[in-house]
Write a new protein. Structure first.
Length: 265
């Protein structure tokens, strides 16, 4: 079921809801140049897969992409809709959006956090934002207004971020990326975020999932986050790239369901 919610500044956010209403609530936050459609179904959970502003079926406003308070307010709108404490799951750039939320709204409505191949810093060579060769090769061409430059770069990025994915999945990822306007793809990188204090102070159960073969967000970023967060559970997925939930779907579904059930007690 698709729902439209008012986010910060009245921006309409698209959210896909699925699963039993009585199951543990999980908010799924996608990565850069993707959408909530990237997530598989999780029948054991009540999931809310948001399309971030400028992505998927959500509005594409002129601004707000550099403002952490805006990202926090957008995510707060989703949690308002959920109406009870939820597990926040952030993939890739989604980890930065969760960082923004925790920094400005705290963890009162958060049951737990799952970071999946996620960044928690941006800019300044900070360890929580360490990137790999696939990300570095994609930039800056993937941000270009010129489709002759951007499309090949995005195609390589979607293919190489998780080697071994079926061709139809890679094409779907590329189609989603191309729907995100170039200015939005650029704006998301024009920020400076140090999430260390946020994550050091987090008092919620946290699961960190990272592929050992991730060449988009370096595994060192996951190690860094897990070391900062008190009591964090780090699970390394061997021979896995940047999308563990697509590359190892059964294992990830079991890990997520088990974590959500535990923190919901």
């Amino acid at each position: 079921m698709a729902t439209t919610l008012p986010g910060a500044e009245g921006v309409r956010l698209s959210v896909r809801e699925s699963g039993p209403e009585t199951a543990p609530a999980v908010v799924l936050v996608h990565g850069w140049a993707q959408s909530g459609e990237v997530w598989p179904a999780y029948p054991a959970l009540r999931t809310y897969a948001v399309d971030l502003r400028g992505h998927g079926s959500s509005d594409v406003p002129a601004g707000g992409y550099r403002d952490p308070a805006v990202w926090a307010a957008d995510l707060a709108a989703v949690l308002d809709h959920v109406g009870r404490p939820a597990v926040l799951v952030g993939w890739s750039y989604g980890g930065l959006v969760i960082t923004d939320y925790l920094a400005r709204r705290g963890a009162d409505r958060v049951a737990g956090v799952v970071l999946v191949g996620a960044i928690t810093d941006l800019g300044g060579d900070r360890p929580g934002g360490a990137t790999g060769p696939v990300m570095r090769r994609a930039l800056p061409d993937a941000l270009s207004h010129d489709p002759d430059v951007a499309v090949p770069a995005l195609a390589r990025f979607c293919r190489d971020q998780a080697p071994g994915l079926p061709g139809e999945v890679v094409q779907r990822l590329l189609g989603t990326a191309l729907r995100v306007p170039p200015r939005v793809r650029r704006e998301l990188f024009r920020r400076d975020v140090d999430g260390s204090a946020v994550w050091k102070g987090l008092d919620r159960p946290t699961l960190v999932v990272h592929g050992t073969a991730d060449e988009v967000v370096d595994p060192a970023a996951g190690e860094h986050a897990a070391a900062l967060i008190p009591g964090a559970d780090l699970r390394r997925y061997e021979r896995t790239g940047h999308a563990p939930f697509l590359e190892r779907p059964e294992r990830f579904a079991a890990d997520l369901a088990g974590f959500a059930a535990e923190v919901a007690r």
